[in-house]
Design a protein around this ligand. Structure first.
Ligand code: ADP
Length: 545
């Protein structure tokens, strides 16, 4: 391979004068240098003459351009140029510049022997002899295709990323400078937040936060957190340009340079308002459902309690009713057995009229008691079935009251109670006589039963079209909490006392009074005793219950 190469002793370059060590002989140094140049693989180093024809060739040039030394030497160096470059006489231009200024340097596309292109960095240096005459050029070529491709690739992917970043519509993707001012803005950000890029770039990102968050220092906190942990995620209300709120899912990431210094932040925001609304609705319907289940459970529990109470009341009633019904039966049975015995012994005629009357009277009392109990039970069932019919007639209530006192004279004297009735003028009105008598009797009987032998005062008077009945005793009294309860069915406050009763009298009494369009209420105090006050319209026109 004939390879003429650079002779440093015969050429001199204005830019590159090759240094030689004093102790090395010039011939040896030249040889070493030739070997060095020839063996360099990463650089194509060759000489061209003044016209541009190749004079020498190294291994690097062969590796980069694909030509062997034999193929290259003697050819014009423009064979490495693209046809466009050749048309515009670029190779000649390079030599002209190198000749003029000593050196020409550029990066550009060159062509290998096989026609493929490579990106090269070239330096053409003008070589001159001692007299300064141009003798040729040295050309050093580097293949930078890989770097170029990597750069191209990077540029391409940056371009793609930028385009993608800008065109994404569903996400607001923005970058912030370190001070929190907006640096870049994408289509999604415009769509979600309403600002055009030119309106918002340079403004502080706190514009997107509600006042309360700003005052609490949320913006500073989020950037600080993104710096410390690399990334911050948050969900919360943000503000659009038009002032409306949207529920945002936000991720802020700190962007660092190679040294790890934070140089910016990226912020990706999604508008999650629809999801938030759906979640809230779901939560609301869940909590409504829970509330309804709770209410229903409570209802069921209270119904259950009521049911158990009712069962207990019923059982107590059955036990009281049996006891109450048995009470008058026992003396009745005894008296009848006594009579029967006398009849069997044929000694009936021996009995005095007085003792016979006593037996019959005792039987009569027992039977009256029994029928009154049974009447009460029948009344309750009538009331329950809504069949408490009233037979209204006009009569004097004062006269009725006095007559009833007379009728209960024996009972009054048996109870050892002083009963006073105040009824001044006749009180004419329309009522069901038997039912009103029942009311009067119930209240009188209670006053005697629970009056503790203390005086009882009854008052009957008329006022503005209403008749008033009041029964006042100074007996056992009623606790404030029980004043309403006494009107319920089967309620007995003094059950443990020996006083008999089914706990139905006041219930029936109230039903009768209300059927007449009236009211009854109880009042009681330790100082002045118990008062039941009845008020009914004088001329009742209704139909009963
Ligand atoms: P009862 O047949 O038990 O008398 P009532 O319905 O007439 O039934 O009365 C209900 C309960 O109210 C009584 O058991 C008694 O405890 C109480 N009560 C009624 N009247 C009086 C009163 N004048 N003083 C005190 N307690 C009374």
């Amino acid at each position: 391979m004939s390879n003429k190469f650079l002779n440093t002793s015969s050429f001199e370059s204005s830019e590159s004068v090759l240094p030689l060590h004093d102790s090395v002989s010039p011939a040896l140094a030249e040889e070493k240098f030739r070997l060095l140049v020839e063996s360099v693989r990463d650089y194509g180093i060759f000489l061209i003459d003044k016209q541009g024809f190749i004079e020498s060739w190294n291994i690097g040039a062969q590796r980069i351009k694909g030509y062997s030394a034999d193929e290259a030497i003697g050819k014009h160096f423009s064979i490495f140029y693209t046809s466009e470059d050749k048309i515009r006489r670029h190779p000649q231009y390079e030599l002209e510049i190198a000749e003029k200024v000593g050196k020409y340097e550029e990066e550009g596309w060159r062509v290998r022997k096989d026609g493929t292109k490579f990106w090269s960095h070239i330096v053409i240096t003008a070589l001159r002899d001692k007299r300064g005459e141009l003798v040729g050029f040295a050309k050093v070529t580097r293949d930078l295709t890989e770097r170029k491709n990597a750069e191209e690739q990077l540029k391409l992917s940056e371009e793609r990323a930028r385009k993608m970043f800008e065109s994404v519509k569903d996400y607001a993707m923005i970058t912030l400078n370190c001070d929190g001012t907006v640096a870049t803005w994408n289509e999604g950000a415009r769509r979600i937040k309403g600002y055009e890029a030119k309106e918002i770039v340079g403004k502080h990102f706190s514009l997107f936060y509600p006042d309360q968050d700003i005052q609490m220092g949320k913006c500073e906190y989020e950037l600080k957190e993104a710096i410390e942990t690399g990334r911050l995620e948050d969900e919360g209300w943000r503000i659009r340009k038009d002032g409306t709120r949207f529920w945002a899912s936000v991720a802020i990431t700190a962007i660092r340079d190679n040294d790890g210094t934070v140089i910016a932040f990226s912020q990706v925001t999604r508008d999650m308002t629809d999801r938030k609304r759906a979640d809230d609705l779901l939560k609301m319907s869940y909590s409504n459902l829970e509330k309804r289940i709770d209410e229903r459970t409570n209802q069921l529990m209270s119904t259950n309690i009521k049911l158990q109470d009712a069962i207990q009341v019923r059982d107590e009633f059955l036990s009281i009713a049996s006891h109450e019904l048995r009470t008058p039966l026992t003396p009745l049975k005894l008296q009848i057995q006594r009579l029967l015995k006398n009849i069997q012994n044929k000694s009936l005629s021996n009995m005095s009229e007085k003792s016979l009357e006593k037996i019959m009277s005792s039987c009569d009392t027992s039977i009256s008691r029994l029928s009154s109990l049974i009447d009460n039970l029948l009344d309750v069932s009538r009331i329950n079935m809504g069949k408490l019919n009233l037979n209204v007639e006009t009569f004097d209530l004062k006269e009725m009251a006095l007559e009833l006192i007379e009728r209960h004279k024996l009972e009054i004297s048996n109870s050892d109670t002083e009963v006073t009735i105040i009824a001044k003028d006749p009180i004419w009105g329309s009522f069901d006589r038997l039912r009103v008598e029942q009311v009067f009797t119930n209240l009188l009987t209670n006053a005697l039963k629970y009056g503790n032998r203390k005086p009882v005062r009854i008052e009957v008077y008329e006022e503005m079209g209403w008749v008033h009945l009041s029964f006042h005793d100074r007996g056992l009294g009623i606790a404030p909490n029980d004043l309403e309860r006494v009107f319920e069915r089967f309620e007995r406050l003094h059950a443990e006392d020996t006083v008999g009763g089914l706990g139905l009298g006041l219930y029936i009494t109230r039903q009768i009074i209300e059927a007449h369009g009236g009211t009854i209420k109880a009042d009681s105090s330790k100082e002045w005793g118990t008062v039941f006050q009845v008020k009914m319209p004088l001329n009742f026109k209704g139909q009963g219950l």
